[in-house]
Design a protein. Sequence first.
Length: 254
Amino acid sequence: MNNAMKVPLGLCLSLCLSSPMRGQLVPDFHPPQAKCCLPEAAAHLADELQDWNQLGRYHEDNLRLQKMPAPKGRVVFMGDSITDGWDLAKYFPGKPYVNRGISGQTTPQMLVRMYPDVIRLHPAAIIILAGTNDIAANTGPETLEMIGDNFRALCELAEDHGIKVILCLLMPVSDYTKSKQTEHRPPADILNLNHWLQSYAPDIHAEIADYYTALVDEKGMLREGYSDDGLHPNARGFELMAPVAAAAIERALK
């Protein structure tokens, strides 16, 4: 067995042993179908575990940007898939904005990326949209206090390096599409985290970009027609978010 196989198999064994047993005997044999090419899948997982924080995603582009003087008014957009899928050049034409969103990420992963993906780019401001994947436990269960600690660390690092901070309120989710998003991201948890962000922002003189109010409907859901899956904004959703972000950045850079 090579080293690439040892890590994922050990991980699988650990998960299996720690998970509650569903029962030993069944009347009929209907196991889930195994995917093809298990050795390749295991090797791929081992590779991913070597860069759990995905520092490699923007490594080359970071090196490119560091070779040039930082333009006045540079803003780094830090976030998860919502930021990752945002075409900043389209919605903020001519602005020196840098996208550092990575799909699926949580605040502990973003915290590790602060130096290479933000601080070394010498931006004037950082706008952080994060937390929905923490609520969904993408990298394991977290308490509100744990998420708050990660936000504090992100903001304090920015503040220590003279970078203005904009904190984004999480968007609502909806069950209007085939994906029932509230099962993994309860609206009450989103409201609690948003309340924490609003109460924390004055402590570090951060601006708030209130995406929640811009996109919520009378039922507390993400407006129908502004997302194709109840989680990620579509073009109409980004059109509502862009002026909110622009106004918050303008206030931060005054």
